[in-house]
Design a protein around this ligand. Sequence first.
Ligand SMILES: Nc1ncnc2c1ncn2[C@@H]1O[C@H](COP(=O)(O)OP(=O)(O)OP(=O)(O)O)[C@@H](O)[C@H]1O
Ligand SMILES: [Mg+2]
Length: 353
Amino acid sequence: MGEGKNLVGVDIGASSIKVALLKDARKKFQVVRWGFAPLPPQTIIDGHVMNASVVTETLLKLFHDQKISQHDVAIGVYGQSVIVRKITVPMMTQAELDEQITWEAEQHIPFDIKLMSIDYEVLRKRPAAGQMDLLLVAAKKDEINDYAALVREAKLRPLVVDINAFTIQNMFESQHGLPPDNMIALINAGAAVTTLNIITKGVSSFTREITNAGNFITDEIRKSLGCSYEQAEAYKCGGPTEIVPHEAQQVIVQASATLAGEIQRSLDFYLATSGESEIHRIYLSGGSAYLKPLAEAVEKRARVPIQFFDPTVNLAVDSRHVNEPKFRSMSAQMVVALGLSLRRDGEQRRWSA
Ligand SMILES: Nc1ncnc2c1ncn2[C@@H]1O[C@H](COP(=O)(O)OP(=O)(O)OP(=O)(O)O)[C@@H](O)[C@H]1O
Ligand SMILES: [Mg+2]
């Protein structure tokens, strides 16, 4: 953990923007601010911001309405513009590594290194073998810069850029620790993207983004029932007063099975190529984690016990500024924003924008 105050976590998702600010209160983290604002459909398509002014205005309004005066933020990005590789290099000092890393990256990254921002993390030192394992992360500068510029338009200072999959891992680790022996999978099913991160012996060993998630299920309902997107979304999300037609329920089950099939193919791919045997447990987060048929379909296909990952169970809440029942009811959607807020000011990373 670095020095300084926690940054405001800003998660710009396909369906909504989530923000959160944690404070390190002696034993627990405390949530001191949070906010959620839906984005109109088509604002973000395939991870690209189509309507920058809507994003900027929504951010400005969120910070204003939630009385968030701190403007130092950490932002999350998806992996399409990011390449992650586990690499092995000779043992060297931090200073040597800082000097060498670009050269090392060139050996592993199939793009012009001048166009990339490079970051790394030392995973394991193996002095006996004279080697160390690194997680090398390279992001396209253009895309990161565009994204940071968008956030700056909302008068925010993006000090850290992180990858959603690792942010979720950090949040999980801070709350539960990572199992030292077992292999687990962290899956975040959002609106447009499902993020997968397999963690073996406490280290991320495989990440993938499937560009399919909750929107697909809503769209299938809309097409089958010939209703509006809003109505289909309401059927999917249920709610105490919503009477869900039988046909919609059937479509939800079918579409969930399709999505679970895609997730399963990624898990199978990893198991087949890594020679690893068994995933011990899957932890599901993201808004689509609330969809029971999806969790059931993933569990059935993967034949791995699945558990809802609620990142807020061990968090204290500052009730002066946080409507606790509302905040906790959206816990699965808040994981990225919360994980980003674990990052601190003064923690020097190359991606500091
Ligand atoms: N109670 C619920 N039941 C079923 N689905 C839900 C429920 N609540 C939210 N969702 C779904 O969760 C999705 C939004 O989740 P989330 O906020 O994690 O996505 P996002 O961050 O906006 O998108 P992405 O991560 O894909 O960019 C939507 O598809 C929404 O329909
Ligand atoms: Mg998301």
